[in-house]
Every structure is written in C-alpha cells, then in structure tokens.
Design a protein around this ligand. Structure first.
Ligand SMILES: [Zn+2]
Ligand SMILES: [Zn+2]
Length: 342
C-alpha cells in the first residue's frame, strides 16, 4: 500500500518534506483487530509535535494520522463487532490496557499503556491501517467521511475539555485561542449550556470578529480583561502568555483548562510574570487535558450529529500531506485539512 512515513524527527525550519511517500506492506489485523481501508484522514497540529519531537514516536518509521474514517476491509479471527464494508472512525486513543486502575475507573486516557494512533501505532496517512475493534466507532449517517474526520480529534478533545471544565448552565466560559477545537466548543456550549455566555480571546481581529459571528458575547486580545470574571476558561493555544493572562479573569475557585498536548517554549519566560495573589490565590485551579477516552469520542459524535456540527474542510491528496502540514505550521488555515485517499 501507499503511505506517508516519518523516518526521523526534524525541524520544519530545515525541511518542507518531513514525510516520505512510499510503498509499505499492508498491515494484517491481529485476532481482536480490524483492517480499515482509509477513506479520509484529518491533519492535526499534533503531527507537527510528533515530527518536531515534542511528543516523539517511540520507533521509526511511523505512519502518522489519528482522525481516520474508512471501511472495514477485513476482521481478525476473533473480531466480531463489525462486518466487512462497515464505516468506522478511529481517533487518538488506539488502545489501553483495560485492566489498570485508570482503565477501570473511566480514565483510560491516563493508562500507563495508553497507545496513540499515528504515534505509538501506525495511523491513517496510508491506504490501510489496523486498530483493535473495541477502539473503532460507527460514524453517524449525517456526516460524510470528510466531515466526520476532523470531529474525531478537535471535537472529541474539545468535548473532554468542556466536561473537565465543570461548566454549569448559566456560568460564563472563556476560550483563549480560537482554532478548530474552540469553534466546536462554542457550538457545543450554545446547544448544551444555552444560558452560558462565551468570551473569546484571540490574537487577530479576524478571529475575534469570527467568534462574535458564531455567538460569543465578547471577544478581545489575549491580554485584555473581560467585563466580568469567568467561571472557567479553556486554553487551546501552544503558548504560555494566554495561560498567565487568563488566570486574572477567573472568579475565585475558577478553573483554567489547558487543552494542549505540548506547549512550545518560545515565550516560556512569561511565566515569571505569574503573580500569586492576582493569578492563583482564592483557590483557582489549572488542569490539563490528556488524550481522549472512548467515551469522549462516542458522546461527541452523537452530540455533533444531533446539533448538527459539520466542519468546513479542504482536501489534499495523500502524497500532498507535507504541503498540508507546512500550511498548518504557518497557520494557513481555511477549515480543517483532510487527506483524501485515491
Ligand atoms: Zn489531533
Ligand atoms: Zn490501563
């Protein structure tokens, strides 16, 4: 089969072609796994973190990609959940042990044996991939393959962030950074928390206007003060400044959720501006979001079908994955980027 493979980590300042387009062996599903013929795979910022070594794959070559929609092509000897031809989705969680304390307490995303699709196991930048059948999801009929793919990462993790924020209907929510995940959170809030007002912090005026069009009651620059204090703020930026700035806008006992797999170090020195009385005193909390559990993916897909949420997307051929990644690196974004096979 054809695949885009990562052979070593590299800086995207030095190369425009981190992935290699090549012929590799089609994988064979193990007993409880399925082989999926990939139709579409979303392109995610996390691929940049893998390529540049912020969350490195444990071995090479690795096939990235963790927002996959395709059809079941064959089933392992003991896999009975799906039929050949069924449409399935695959998300960031590729497997977890199933027996540890975390797996048994609805926190499989924290399992020490958590394996990520497209980092610890080969992902969807390829014509085929395998996944344990228990870690694949039926896709609601309202979505095309390309519409569903971006929901599997940005949507599921946005859903988890909102869950961890503890937001109650009527409480004020802040979003710092306004990319794919934050757009989806705004749509979920309007539906599930109709009396909650949303405040958006973004660097560009264009993003701030877009946020107001989508229903935010206020939008401003990262460092601004909101007209009222907020119960919870979700940060989806790769930087530190928004973290420090957000804390001063929280109510006593408020919670900041950091939804980022890794932060970049460029402005890390701004953490020295952290002022205990202004930023943390009065029981303010900071909590990160790690990975997703299957429950987040399942519940979010159902919610997205009900609302419905249909992401804007642009398509690239598999062999043009490098172009999509470089555009993402330089924030040339017109909707979610998805690789479409054949
Ligand atoms: Zn992702
Ligand atoms: Zn476990």
């Amino acid at each position: 089969m054809k695949a885009m493979t990562l052979h070593h980590m590299c800086s995207l300042k030095d190369t425009q072609e981190p992935l290699r387009y090549e012929e590799v062996d089609t994988p064979i599903p193990q007993a409880h796994a399925i082989l999926v013929k990939v139709s579409v795979c979303g392109v995610c910022h996390t691929e940049l973190d893998e390529i540049e070594g912020r969350t490195p794959p444990p071995h090479f070559p690795m096939i990235p990609g963790h927002q996959v929609v395709g059809q079941v092509a064959s089933c392992g000897d003991e896999a009975t959940r799906f039929q050949v031809g069924d449409r399935v989705g695959i998300a960031w969680i590729h497997s977890a042990c199933g027996t540890c304390h975390y797996c048994l307490s609805d926190q499989e995303n924290l399992c020490p044996d958590f394996r990520a699709t497209g980092r610890d196991a080969n992902g969807g930048y390829a014509e085929y991939m395998t996944v344990p059948e228990a870690f694949a999801y039926p896709i609601p009929h309202v979505f095309s393959d390309a519409e569903a793919a971006p929901l599997l990462c940005a949507g599921a993790i946005g859903y988890r962030s909102l869950r961890l924020s503890g937001l109650q209907n009527g409480q004020a929510l802040g979003l710092t950074g306004f990319g794919a995940s934050a757009h989806l959170v705004l749509k979920m809030v309007s539906h599930n928390y109709p009396d909650s007002e949303v405040f958006v912090f973004a660097r560009s005026e264009k993003e701030r206007m877009f946020a107001r069009e989508l229903g935010a009651v206020w939008s401003g620059d990262t460092a601004e003060r909101t007209p009222q204090l907020l119960h919870t703020i979700i940060d989806t930026t790769p930087a530190w400044k928004p973290v420090v700035e957000a804390l001063k806008n929280l109510v006593p006992g408020g919670r900041l959720i950091i939804n980022a797999i890794r932060k970049e170090d460029a402005d890390k020195n701004l953490l020295l501006r952290l002022d205990y009385p202004a930023h943390l005193w009065l029981e303010k909390e900071i909590k990160s979001v790690a990975n997703v559990a299957r429950r987040d993916v399942r519940e979010f897909l159902d919610l997205a079908a009900e609302i419905p949420i249909k992401p804007e997307y642009e398509t690239f051929a598999l062999e043009d994955a490098n172009t999509a990644l470089i555009e993402l690196k330089h924030r040339k974004i017109r909707g979610a980027k998805v690789l479409q096979m054949e």
